[in-house]
Design a protein around this ligand. Structure first.
Ligand code: SAM
Ligand code: SF4
Ligand code: SF4
Length: 367
């Protein structure tokens, strides 16, 4: 095990079964947590497995051949995911993001997308369904996913430099195949694809400007993400973070940028447009400029636990309620109770010391 990788304690078991409230009201989409934040986005991890070993997410030393991924029976079935989604939509969720692990490793994901596309929000609109993927399997699946009703795709790509990218995914995967996946998604009809680049100091910060330049004018939007202390296996240190302010400065010194209004309240990325009108980039500053105040996101782990924060130490076992035969009304009530008590604001409190707390891994609860 390398020096800065910390052995992990398995946090997956730490998830009590939520309480069913004695009296429940029909949800009307106005549920708020203790900080007045609504429930609007649901991220669903459809698998905890991945064909990459990104050093900042699933370091090889921890996620090795002995690592115990969830057994098949523990995974939520598509029917369970669709039911769960319906119950969350009852509380006001409008956006779904399928993630993982690598979500395209889950067989027949298009079938799940088709099931979710039938669910309507409170005002009768279709759900906004998005996917975050490393794109290795996207060329094969893009058309089927589009046909099934997937609305948006985000592709993770940390460098255009072969050596850097191969070292970061740590399975020697080439850049060219990811670019092919992006092109295939574009050809399948996905507009304005987002490209996520996690920036780690001394690892790929030298590639920020090249990444911006490559996608400038393409219609795709690169989003530069500050390296985060998700989970407890990636050896995070504040010194490894490149701030969004520095990222904007680096790009703007070569291709001037102007800050633009967010598209909606609670948008995670800050938007910056090229002064010459050739598109925009985004920066996600979860470390240097916390956005907890507008965080409307819940996460469902691969095995059906509800997490109310990306940096949570434990979840709420909704799958146990489902498999014990509780009604929609009961489980809806339990979700409402959990969200009503939510007080998470980890990014406002982060220090080097909190980074060491045993948190659940991102591949399990979904990015
Ligand atoms: N496997 C898919 C992918 O990589 O796109 C989906 C899951 S991945 C956990 C979701 C997103 O989380 C990716 O864009 C990834 O780069 C980001 N991510 C993972 N670990 C991170 C970390 N330590 N800091 C910042 N972002 C991270
Ligand atoms: Fe896999 Fe995505 Fe994590 Fe990379 S970031 S290891 S592709 S889950
Ligand atoms: Fe939301 Fe938790 Fe991130 Fe704050 S730290 S923005 S509460 S997920």
């Amino acid at each position: 095990m390398s020096a800065n990788v910390i052995p992990i304690v398995d946090q997956r078991a730490a998830s009590p079964v939520p309480v069913i409230p004695a009296h429940t009201h029909d949800p009307n989409g106005t549920l708020a947590d203790t900080r007045g934040r609504s429930l609007r986005d649901l991220r669903i991890s459809v698998t905890d497995r991945c064909n990459f070993r990104c050093t900042y997410c699933m370091p090889k030393d921890v996620f090795d051949k002995d690592y115990q991924f969830l057994p098949k029976n523990d995974l939520l079935s598509f029917e369970e995911i669709a039911r769960m989604t319906r119950l969350f939509v009852g509380h006001g969720v409008e956006k779904i993001r399928l993630t993982g692990g690598e979500p395209l490793l889950r067989k027949h994901l298009d079938v799940l997308v088709g099931m979710l596309a039938l669910i309507k929000t409170h005002d009768g609109s279709p759900l906004d369904i998005a996917l975050t993927t490393n794109a290795t399997l996207l060329a094969k699946q893009a058309h089927a996913l589009k046909a099934a009703g997937l609305n948006r795709v985000t592709v993770s790509l940390d460098s255009l430099d072969e050596a850097t990218f191969r070292a970061m995914n740590d399975v020697d995967y080439p850049v060219t195949d990811v670019l092919k996946g992006i092109d295939a998604a574009h050809d399948a009809g996905f507009a304005s694809i987002k490209i996520n680049m996690v920036v780690k100091k001394g690892v790929n910060d030298q590639d920020v400007v090249a990444m911006a330049r490559y996608f400038k004018g393409s219609g795709h939007i690169v989003r530069f993400i500050e390296f985060m202390d998700v989970g407890s296996s990636n050896g995070w240190r504040m010194n490894d973070v490149v701030s969004s302010t520095d990222i904007v400065r680096m790009i703007s010194s070569e291709m001037p940028l102007i800050q633009v209004q967010s598209n909606y309240t609670g948008e995670v990325a800050q938007r910056w447009a090229y002064a010459d009108g050739s598109g925009e980039i985004g920066v996600i500053s979860s470390v240097t400029q916390a956005f907890c105040a507008t965080c409307t996101r819940a996460r469902i782990s691969t095995d059906g636990k509800l997490y109310t924060c990306l940096f949570a130490q434990s979840g709420h076992d909704l799958r146990a309620l489902m498999r014990a035969g509780y009604s929609d009304k009961d489980i809806t009530g339990a979700i409402g109770l959990v969200w009503g008590q939510r007080d998470d604001h980890y990014s406002e409190m982060r220090t080097e010391a909190t980074a060491g707390i045993q948190k659940v891994e991102m591949s399990y609860i979904g990015g």
